[in-house]
Design a protein around this ligand. Structure first.
Ligand code: NAG
Ligand code: NAG
Ligand code: NAG
Ligand code: NAG
Ligand code: NAG
Ligand code: NAG
Ligand code: NAG
Ligand code: CU
Length: 804
């Protein structure tokens, strides 16, 4: 379970890295002594440093600005459940399912892990937004683990997970609680392929801590790796375990592949791998039956701990170089003895708003407007921020734009890399967004917004999870020099930024709105790579040697988004304008063949998946609205989209099959509102959402079309990733831009222009009333006093759900 004050960090840190950072007592957990597990979890909780946060309002209050508040035309029907709504839901399901409160629960109880809003169905939402329909009724979904005897199923001896729909809200005794099957391929998951929550992580940790204290394992690892064995006071060893769980369908057994990383003062374990690997049978809820079934070192496999020990004792193991103890190179911050670059001791430039802020927000409804753009934002655990009802010049362009899932799919010569494929939505986005650092994560003129989510019975709040700011591109949006004039227009943009740190990576999402109706989504990655041990004999095909014993193991980041375009209404179609070479003979020169080129339009009649190299200008068009010149109103999508390189396999198959092509177009259906789910992570062949089922050849010509696109980074790390990956190059973007949508380009009405005219008489210069005045800017220093590691603020006073 994630996200109680202390456990939050624990879940988070464990999450992507899958590391065990902890040293706590080593009670054996079994059905009989599962309280040991609770004590252990509490001990862990106390050790964990929570997260950065900051009081945004304090900061915002310092800014002098114009009217920044605006009335939202409608209420935000996508806003996350309120603590009151959640409490009602929890009370209901607690009674119905004999739930144990999360802080007391073991794997032998029933407990709720997430309670979240089910976004309203689009049909209902549109009636409310565009007509006189009532605000759609609100529904919640809850994911429950059934480990107790009262709801046990014979087919699931270790318990199971089930997702429920609860509503309409507020919950009363008569509120319906039903299995939520309408939106998912599957809504129930066996323990074996279910979610790896804290209870489960700890089970593994208990086993490994004992294992690494046995005389045999301790002797081997202290010799091969150096330092104290895992779990001992002062040990630098951390254990990592791969995602997904390795499920053997024949024996119904669950295995994990583990490895040892070294922790240090920069928490740089990801780039300090040691080259030792172990496969463990972790079937069931009793760690005393867990067993290492394979050890791997220098590509040699030993099928038992005894066999490994015998080989080591008889000195028949070839020892690989150990990770050096000089690890200053892992410092991702400024190296203290660096020279100062010339003039780098001066503060770098900032953007200022000389006459105050130019955008508006209704903070309660999270409704934003800027330069004829408007949209609502909602926030949740599984998607981070979601955009709804994005309009430009009063016309809806997108009903929804939201992050769905990100995979990180690794390759390597060792079993750890080979078995690794992360699905980050299982770790969560909203819950992994730590406070943004003003002036660094977002420019100094940004404003910050909080987010909330419920997990394991706790209502969590985090300040500064996303920011909004206006900025200037460093190039003009357009210019021209004519015979007697010069015209140049500035390129202002409005930006929403969200950063989530999932384990080793910090993902930076930027949504940039331009004056002409263009919208750009960029994802950047920084942080530590998940490096591999560099085996000089076998690592080469899978990555570069980038430090003494480090290989930058090759992996793909594929990040899936939903973009529900509504171009001139909901009747849309998808077309491709191919750009092709052609040979033409013209009537005005019948004897000559001209090699030239043409545009060639095709319409996709049915649901389709495409790769960008196979298309020219890919358009989402209105099926009936045309511009003045007879062309369909459209938006074009293009960018650095991509797909995974490896073929489907045991570790990644039906659970992320959206990653097999760059972009998909499906017919909008309320029952296909998301491409993924938390349980996709470990249920490789029968996931919560099997995206391919959306692509069933339905007609999309003249229908409401949804675009699912993949931002992609084929990440083959080089020394540019040492110590950390940089946002500059580890990124991917999509551009959505008007394409014959209007009758002409739409930024011409901006006043942020320069016009020089020389048409007889004195030349004139027009700045359209927006001349930068000579003035002293009163810039307060950024205030970092409320940045702290105080942890996720829990809604203890706002909920009656007990929290850790
Ligand atoms: C978060 O922001 C609120 C204002 O909305 C403030 O009262 C609170 O103290 C902040 N929390 C932290 C931990 O900074
Ligand atoms: C309800 O759950 C608790 C805790 O798991 C368990 O001890 C108890 O037996 C359950 N009640 C029933 C009626 O099964
Ligand atoms: C894995 O461990 C479980 C529990 O001890 C056992 O029943 C199962 O047979 C083991 N699987 C394999 C493939 O050895
Ligand atoms: C390990 O391998 C040896 C020799 O290949 C074999 O005799 C033995 O049965 C195996 N042990 C296990 C636990 O699989
Ligand atoms: C590593 O950095 C620390 C702190 O700056 C310094 O004291 C130490 O000498 C450095 N170690 C090496 C081997 O350079
Ligand atoms: C989050 O922000 C809203 C809007 O400013 C504010 O009303 C609310 O109190 C904040 N929530 C928390 C928990 O700080
Ligand atoms: C939303 O749509 C789905 C699929 O049509 C349907 O099963 C569900 O009941 C709808 N929800 C509401 C609240 O109407
Ligand atoms: Cu990467």
């Amino acid at each position: 379970m994630e996200s109680k004050k202390p456990t939050m960090k624990w879940a988070t840190l464990l999450s992507l890295l899958s590391f065990w950072f902890l040293t706590v007592d080593s009670a054996i957990v079994s059905p009989r002594s599962s309280k040991g597990l609770l004590n252990r979890r509490k001990a862990i909780s106390e050790e964990l440093a929570p997260v950065l946060k900051r009081d945004s309002h304090h900061y915002q209050g310092q800014r002098k600005s114009a009217s920044e508040d605006i009335v939202a035309p409608k209420s935000n029907i996508w806003s996350e459940l309120t603590p009151t709504e959640i409490n009602g839901v929890y009370k209901l399901i607690k009674e119905k399912f004999n739930l144990t409160d999360a802080n007391d629960a073991t794997l032998f109880d029933n407990y709720a892990v997430w309670i979240a809003l089910i976004n309203p169905n689009k049909t209902d939402a549109l009636e409310y937004l565009d007509g006189n329909g009532p605000a759609p009724q609100r529904y919640a979904r809850a994911s429950i683990f059934f480990g107790g005897h009262d709801f046990a199923k014979d087919s699931e001896p270790d318990g199971y997970w089930q997702i429920y729909q609860i509503g309409p809200l507020p919950a009363t005794e008569n509120t319906e609680v039903v299995e939520m099957n309408w939106a998912y391929t599957q809504s129930t998951f066996p323990f074996a392929q279910g979610y790896r929550d804290d209870n489960r992580w700890i089970l593994e940790d208990i086993f490994f801590e004992d294992l690494f204290q046995t005389n045999e394992v301790k002797a081997i690892v202290e010799d091969l790796i150096g330092g104290k064995s895992y779990g001992l006071e002062g040990s630098k060893m951390q254990l990592g375990s791969t995602d997904p769980l390795v499920y053997d369908r024949e024996t119904k057994s669950v295995f994990s592949w583990g490895t040892v990383f070294l922790d240090n003062e920069w928490r740089a374990g990801d780039i300090l791998p040691t080259g030792l690997f172990f496969k463990t049978n972790i079937t069931g809820r009793d760690s005393s039956t867990f067993k290492v079934v394979l050890w791997v070192y220098n590509n040699v496999a030993y099928n038992s701990t005894e066999a490994f020990y015998e080989a080591w004792k008889s000195k028949s193991i070839f020892k690989l170089p150990q990770v050096s103890t000089n690890q200053n190179w892992t410092n991702p911050s400024r190296n203290g003895d660096s020279d100062t670059r010339l003039l780098d001791d001066r503060t770098s430039p900032i953007v200022i708003e000389p006459q105050g802020r130019r955008w508006q927000v209704n903070e309660k409804e999270r409704y934003f407007t800027w330069m004829d753009w408007s949209f609502y934002i909602s926030y949740n655990r599984d998607n981070g921020i979601l955009f709804f009802d994005i309009k430009f010049k009063g016309q809806r362009i997108l009903y929804e734009l939201s992050l769905q899932e990100a995979i990180a799919d690794y390759a390597g010569d060792d079993p750890f890399q080979v078995h690794t494929a992360f699905l980050d939505t299982s770790y969560g986005w909203g819950n992994n967004a730590y406070g943004l650092i003003p002036g660094y994560d977002c420019p100094a003129n940004a404003a910050y917004f909080n987010g909330s989510w419920n997990a394991a019975g706790v209502n969590n709040f985090q300040n500064n999870t996303y920011c909004a700011y206006e900025s200037m591109e460093d190039y003009p949006i357009t210019r021209h020099t004519g015979r007697d004039y010069v015209s140049v227009s500035k390129a202002a943009t409005f930006n929403i930024r969200f950063v989530a740190t999932i384990g080793n990576y910090d993902y930076n999402f930027n949504y940039k709105f331009f004056m002409d109706g263009t919208l750009q989504v960029t994802v950047r990655a920084a942080g530590f790579i998940q490096g591999a041990y560099y085996n000089p004999y076998t690592a080469e095909p899978f990555g570069y040697k980038i430090h003494d014993t480090l290989s930058g193991s090759f992996h793909d980041h594929i990040i899936n988004f939903k973009a529900d375009f509504d171009i001139g209404g909901t009747k849309n179609r998808v077309s491709n304008t191919a750009l092709k070479p052609a040979t033409f003979v013209y009537p005005w020169d019948p004897d000559t063949e001209y090699n030239t080129k043409i545009k060639e339009r095709t319409v996709f009649e049915t649901e389709t998946s495409l790769n960008m190299e196979d298309v020219g200008n890919l358009l989402i068009e209105s099926a009936d609205a045309k511009n003045k010149w007879g062309n369909p109103k459209a938006y074009r999508v293009y960018g650095s989209l991509g797909r995974r390189i490896a073929e489907p396999s045991q570790k990644l198959a039906e659970n992320a099959n959206w990653a097999d092509q760059d972009i998909h177009f499906t017919k909008q259906k309320d029952s296909e509102f998301t491409s993924t789910g938390v349980f996709n992570a470990n249920s490789v062949f029968s996931p919560q959402v099997n995206f391919q089922t959306f692509l069933d050849n339905e007609n999309i010509d003249g229908e409401d079309v949804v675009c699912w696109f993949n931002l992609a980074l084929h990440h083959l790390p080089t020394t540019q990733d040492v110590p950390g990956t940089i946002f500059t190059t580890a990124n991917s973007e999509i551009v959505m831009t008007p394409y014959n949508y209007f009758d002409s380009e739409q930024s011409r009405d901006t006043r942020q222009q320069f016009l020089y005219l020389d048409r007889g008489g004195d030349p004139t210069t027009d700045l359209f009333g927006t001349q930068l005045q000579s003035m002293r800017y009163d810039i307060s220093p950024l205030d970092f006093s409320s940045v702290n590691f105080a942890g996720i603020q829990q809604g203890k006073d706002m909920t009656n759900i007990p929290s850790l």
